[in-house]
Design a protein around this ligand. Structure first.
Ligand SMILES: NC(=O)c1ccc[n+]([C@@H]2O[C@H](COP(=O)([O-])OP(=O)(O)OC[C@H]3O[C@@H](n4cnc5c(N)ncnc54)[C@H](OP(=O)(O)O)[C@@H]3O)[C@@H](O)[C@H]2O)c1
Length: 334
């Protein structure tokens, strides 16, 4: 089968498309005939070697973190799915390879594709959807009426997170360039702050939650928008000590992470706020809940552009610009 992979770290020119063995479904797995997958910044960060302090994957390393397709084979012990089911999923974080014609994945990580979405649309959802729901619910404790600031509202995570927070009854402010106003208004954002001309701390006060998709440079200003005890959840930077340990990182990495995380907590405390990091995890049941919201018409797919499988490198180049509106999709032919 055709797949995208790298044989060493570097730029997008390291991405190769070639023939690799087609996987089979092991016990507990389903084999999926892939129809579409989405590009996430983690894919090209992996190519650059940004994760090598955390884990050292064997080469060739297959690329792609989520997607949608049709169940081709069902492993022993799987009763939730049958051949022909249309599904979507996020793979386990160290077992990538969805930019391929087939992918075998634990059935626990898979959910039926929302009926009202194409494969391309469904493929845009899993990684950013789970990131948003886990960050806002599990880490930040969002409830109806929470005031939530979502940074980079026009990006992959932002476009999902805004819709999800609104579906759950939150009041949502977001940062974006002016040209994104029309889209973000359609998605339900209550306040849109043009980050080129306005400082968030000058216009937002007493927020409960900040979802940081940009990194440490926005933390100081973001803390000033929070009420006492408010939570900033960051999806960038160094993960929690437990997550680092789970990757099997060595003691030096664990030590550096511990120091960094202590510094981040202290900084948050100086603003009477709370800092949390979130690294998303795959979960088929949570994805099924997201599918229900999509079928209820509460969440739409926002697609920036689509590229065929043999143009993964070009898709990475587009993602690396940081100017994407919604998601980039890789389409996969038979
Ligand atoms: N920890 C996790 O589990 C996890 C999960 C998912 C993603 N992430 C990380 O989260 C980050 C965001 O991911 P993504 O997929 O949403 O990225 P993305 O789609 O590439 O984000 C692009 C968007 O960011 C906006 N943007 C850039 N600079 C901005 C600024 N200063 N203020 C406001 N908006 C700005 C751009 O809008 P304009 O062009 O209008 O500026 C563009 O729409 C990535 O670094 C990714 O690796 C982490």
């Amino acid at each position: 089968m055709k797949a995208a992979y790298i044989r060493g770290y570097g730029g997008s020119d390291k991405v190769e498309i070639g023939d690799v063995d087609r996987p089979v479904a092991s016990p507990g797995q389903v084999l999926i005939k892939m129809k579409a997958a989405s590009v996430n910044p983690i894919d090209w960060k992996t190519v650059k070697g940004d994760l090598k302090a955390l884990f050292k994957p064997p080469f060739p390393l297959l690329l792609g973190s989520d997607g949608a397709g049709i169940v081709e084979q069902v492993g022993t012990g799987v009763s939730r799915f049958k051949v022909g089911d249309e599904v979507f999923f996020r793979c386990h974080k160290t077992d990538t390879g969805t930019f391929a014609q087939y992918f075998a994945v634990s059935a626990d990580l898979v959910a039926l594709k929302p009926k009202n979405m194409s494969f391309e649309q469904a493929a845009s959802i899993p990684l950013v959807g789970l990131t948003s729901t886990q960050s806002l619910d599990e880490k930040a404790g969002m409830v109806a009426g929470s005031k939530v600031l979502i940074h980079a509202g026009a990006g992959g995570v932002g476009t999902f997170a805004i819709q999800y927070a609104k579906a759950k009854g939150a009041y949502v402010a977001t940062t974006a360039s002016k040209k994104r106003n029309e889209l973000l208004t359609q998605l339900g954002a209550d306040e849109i702050i043009d980050y080129h001309s306005t400082n968030v701390e000058d216009v937002l006060q007493d927020y409960d939650i900040v979802l940081d998709t940009l990194g440490e440079t926005v933390h100081g200003a973001s803390y000033k928008t929070l009420k006492k005890g408010g939570v900033l959840v960051s999806v960038l930077g160094i993960p929690d000590n437990e997550v680092i340990a789970d990757y099997g990182a060595n003691f030096i990495v664990k030590f550096v992470a511990k120091l960094h995380n202590r510094k981040m907590q202290k900084r948050a405390a100086s603003y009477d706020a709370v800092y949390k990091h979130h690294l998303m995890y795959a979960d088929g049941k949570q994805l099924a809940d997201i599918a229900k919201l999509i079928e209820a018409g509460k969440i739409k797919a926002i697609i920036d552009s689509t590229f065929p499988l043999d143009q993964v490198a070009a898709a990475f180049e587009r993602s690396m610009t940081g100017r994407v509106q919604g998601k980039i999709i890789i389409t996969i032919e038979d």
